[in-house]
Design a protein around this ligand. Structure first.
Ligand SMILES: [Zn+2]
Length: 537
């Protein structure tokens, strides 16, 4: 018995066999029934959604002598010819390998002749976005004035790459990705026909992995059947085959990350590696899992968005409750980056472990998404301190204390006008060079801020109010000397400066840098608090 691959065996032959594209099938059938067939169609959609299959079914139907409700009758002579494979009215071309202008010119020549039998010559051009510019121009000529007996069906996964001139001459159909449920139901039907024993859970997993493409689902199923010939196909076997882990591991990993349990998370990495499962698949599953958690959290498990069983969605909702949406975004960012980095990684395990470390040890994460987590970490630590009754004993490090700042208004020299103050900002490096060693070390990282009326702002970082105050007089002297005028000098902390900028300008000019600075400050405070806790213990 000759063996036929599943996806070929179960390729839809009639409109009724088609899964999931009801909107398209219905329109096409109506067009055939009412004799309103167009001359150019564009079928868009990701791979495995049935574009070529529907194109062929349509091509047969338009040539059928007695179509039944818009479908080919399969008994007339035109239909018979197609079944025997001797119909010359359906011409397929793969634009991926035939993308030149000559290939299209050949078609342009051919279309002049009416078909010997049947009504239409149907040209199916697959991957049409691969055509060269010259080829598109040549095709456009025919599309502008198509002979009455010709139909073009252009199929593509990438409609953005098709010139507008072509697009505007086609009837466009967008093929939707199939839902996991649609794929699963159809697979179950085939497996029953094939008398193959497979667990529902395994089928449903394959359907989800296929990500909307029936062809991928069938090839994966095919592989599993050959690998586990004459055995019951279980979920575990499928997981082994694709190198994936059971979803419980994904739940455990996110539990560990949320609890900031580094050891447990690293143990899971080791386990996945030891089982010989693919780290790349694991990263991509974790990413998908976090996305599902975020969706579950923000939509409260809307089933239309989450293509899973209600039982599984409930598990997602439960886990999502323990994490904030912002934290989930941070996980998604890291797992997304990890997935990308793993593409060319030589040591995938190490990259996985680093990602897990960043997630569980928020102090090690320098991304701006980690800010909130760091603050939460601080809050928790402070709460812990309070609980342990060491609040009173804990005092802020001196340089972090904020004492009220003086504003310096010099007396004797003539007062500087705003324009002169603005000029001073450019001279900030010269001003700093006039300072003594101690004062210089304080203002070294400070910046000259914007001018509000006639105030010269000194924007300092790292919470050193006490020290700023101590050296303010010296700074003021240097500024007056540079200006030759009396300048109102006001020190301002970077945080307050940012707030003021937003208040005055509506946005902060250096948002990203500031976030880095704030992040550094928070990290310092966290380290100090940690240190204090250790001392107290
Ligand atoms: Zn027929």
């Amino acid at each position: 018995m000759s063996y036929l691959a599943l996806y070929r065996k179960y390729r839809p032959n009639t409109f009724d066999d088609v899964v999931g594209q009801e909107h398209i099938v219905r329109t096409l059938k109506n067009q055939i029934s009412s004799n309103r067939v167009a001359h150019a169609y564009l079928f868009c959609g990701s791979r495995g959604t049935g574009k070529t299959s529907i194109a062929k079914i349509f091509a047969r139907a338009v040539n059928c002598e007695e179509p039944v409700n818009g479908s080919a009758c399969s008994i007339c002579s035109a239909c018979k010819k197609v079944q025997e494979g001797s119909s010359i009215n359906i011409i397929e071309m793969d634009a991926a390998s035939h993308n030149g202008v000559d290939n299209i010119r050949e078609i342009n020549e051919e279309v002049k002749y009416t078909p010997a039998v049947g009504k239409y010559k149907v040209y199916i051009i697959d991957e049409v976005h691969m055509l060269s510019t010259g080829a598109f121009n040549a095709l456009l000529k025919t599309l502008e004035e198509p002979p009455a007996h010709v139909i073009f069906i252009l199929a593509t996964t990438d409609p953005q790459k098709i010139p507008v001139t072509i697009l505007s001459r086609c009837q466009r159909f967008d093929f939707k990705r199939l839902s996991a449920k649609e794929i699963e139901d159809r697979l179950a039907e085939y497996m029953q026909k094939e008398k193959i024993d497979i667990e529902d859970q395994a089928l449903s997993y394959i359907a989800r992995l296929a990500d909307g493409g029936m062809r991928d689902a069938l090839s994966l199923l095919e592989q599993s059947i050959s690998f586990y010939f004459d055995e019951t196909i279980t979920m575990d076997k499928i997981l082994y085959l694709v190198g994936a882990v059971d979803s419980s591991v994904l739940f455990e990993m996110i539990d560990a990350v949320t609890a900031q349990n580094t050891q447990k998370a690293l143990e899971l990495c080791v386990a996945v590696n030891r089982l010989g499962r693919s780290i790349r698949q694991f990263a991509s599953d974790l990413l998908e899992h976090c996305r599902n958690l975020l969706v579950a959290k923000t939509t409260n498990g809307a089933q239309g968005v989450l293509d899973y069983s209600q039982e599984y969605i409930n598990r997602l909702i439960e886990q999502a409750e323990a994490v904030s949406a912002q934290e989930l975004m941070r996980y998604i960012k890291h797992f997304g980056e990890l997935e990308y980095e793993l593409r060319n990684a030589i040591s995938p395990r190490i990259l996985l472990e680093i990602a897990v470390l960043k997630l569980t040890k928020v102090q090690m994460d320098s991304s701006k998404e980690s800010l909130l987590a760091k603050m939460q970490f601080l809050e928790q630590k402070l709460e812990q301190l309070e609980k342990e009754g060491v609040k009173a004993a804990y005092s802020m490090p001196e340089e972090l204390q904020r004492t009220p700042l003086k504003e310096v208004v010099p007396q004797r020299l003539p007062k500087a006008v705003p324009e002169e103050v603005r000029e001073l900002i450019k001279k900030w490096p010269e001003i700093k060079s006039k300072l003594g060693k101690a004062a210089w070390s304080i203002f070294e990282t400070a910046e000259a801020g914007f001018v509000e009326e006639d105030i010269f702002y000194i924007v300092y970082k790292n919470g050193m109010d006490v020290l700023v105050n101590a050296h303010l007089e010296e700074l003021k002297k240097a500024i007056n000397e540079e200006a030759g005028k009396e300048v109102r000098v006001k020190p301002i902390h970077a945080d307050d400066y940012a707030a003021k900028c937003i208040e005055v300008y509506g946005s902060h000019p250096e948002q990203t840098d500031d976030i880095k600075d704030i992040s550094a400050v928070i990290q310092n405070v966290a380290a100090k608090i940690n240190f204090n806790i250790q001392v107290k213990n």
